[in-house]
Design a protein around this ligand. Structure first.
Ligand code: SAM
Ligand code: SF4
Length: 328
């Protein structure tokens, strides 16, 4: 298993399939994009599937989440999903996407064995979407969401980041819409992972701000069962059955219950989103290392995981790679 010195066990693997993206969300990427990874540096489909097989058969991983960058931009995605769904034991398979292209791909992804999706959507207003993502693709995301629901990639969860002066007044409207449409909404606090280093703690919308705003229209009661290793704290809306989640990575960190391990598109293991070190599995793969040796390297990478993200420490340093390159 992937255990660390604090006794945490990583069972949830986030796999970044590409660092590229077709949006430019202001809290993630600069307008001009980034220096993308060169093709030979990316893991091949075979290399990705080999590492996922190793993780599920040798290292106790039970959940695989594909992410990026924008994972729907990876040409081999459906094939990767299909091969992972054939593994024994079969991991649960999900995808975090901005939803662009999902209208076309949702049925094939479902048929390949994808269990569910998280779609990122910050606003119901097309002009705010354009401002936040610097692209005019709001309709595509809404269509993608509908297709995911129709294809049975459920529960469809929506990830929303609120940004001051842009969409911070939209929380109640988004929740009311999500309930009507049958999507599960989760607000994510903005984290210092943007390539431009523009994050300021004073400027961010906190979980408390979100809850205060939602309570102007809804009655929220904390869910009885704790959040376990799930990052979202959940509230029952107006007595149920609907729920809303808040992922307060900054103001209420959940590092003590973290069960994540991360693989970047260029084959580096990160034991934390905020880690400043990575462990190179690509070099091991390409030098012909046997499974046992790669598994051992992965175990050692997780063993060294720090107790917390260090976000609250005055000496906190943002990781060198932004969210889009790590895999959010
Ligand atoms: N492109 C896909 C998407 O947007 O869903 C997958 C990758 S994206 C990096 C994954 C998630 O990270 C999205 O829900 C996005 O909103 C979130 N995210 C990106 N930058 C963030 C930041 N600085 N703070 C908090 N969440 C962020
Ligand atoms: Fe792209 Fe996702 Fe980053 Fe937005 S949050 S720029 S959609 S990777």
């Amino acid at each position: 298993m992937l255990v660390d010195t604090y006794g945490r066990v990583a069972t949830d693997l986030r796999v970044s399939l590409t660092d590229r993206c077709n949006l430019r969300c202001t809290y993630c990427m600069p307008e001009e994009g980034l220096q993308w990874l060169a093709k030979p540096d990316l893991l091949t489909d075979d290399e990705i599937v080999r590492l996922i097989r190793l993780a599920t058969t040798e290292l106790g991983v039970t959940e695989i989440r594909f992410t990026g960058g924008e994972p729907l931009l990876r040409p081999g995605l459906t094939g990767i999903v299909e091969r992972c769904a054939a593994l024994d034991p079969r991991p649960r398979l999900s995808l975090t996407t901005n939803g662009i292209g999902l209208a076309r791909t949702a049925p094939a992804l479902r048929a390949a064995g994808l269990d569910r999706v998280n779609v990122s959507l910050d606003t119901l207003r097309p002009e705010v979407f354009r401002r936040l993502t610097r692209r005019d693709r709001h309709q595509d995301v809404l269509r993608g969401l509908e297709a995911a629901r129709a294809a049975g990639l459920t529960p469809v969860k929506i990830n929303t980041v609120l940004m001051p002066g842009a969409n911070d007044d939209e929380a109640p409207e988004l929740l009311s819409w999500a309930i009507t449409e049958g999507y599960e909404l989760r607000f994510i606090e903005q984290m210092p992972l943007d390539a431009q280093h523009g994050w300021r703690r004073e400027g961010m919308i906190t979980a408390d701000d979100v809850l205060r705003s939602l309570r102007t229209r809804f009655t929220l009661t904390p869910e009885e069962e704790g959040r376990g290793s799930a990052p979202a704290e959940r509230w029952i809306v107006d007595g149920g059955p609907h729920r809303v989640g808040v992922i307060a990575s900054v103001t209420r960190p959940f590092c003590g219950a973290c069960d994540r391990t991360r693989l970047t598109a260029d084959g580096q293991i990160r034991n934390c989103l905020f880690a400043r070190e990575e462990t190179d599995l690509r070099a091991a793969l390409r030098s012909g290392a046997p499974d046992g040796e790669i598994a051992e390297t992965w175990r050692a990478a997780m063993w060294g995981k720090k107790a917390g993200s260090g976000l609250d420490d005055p000496s906190f340093l943002q990781p060198d790679r932004p969210m889009s390159a790590i895999g959010g």
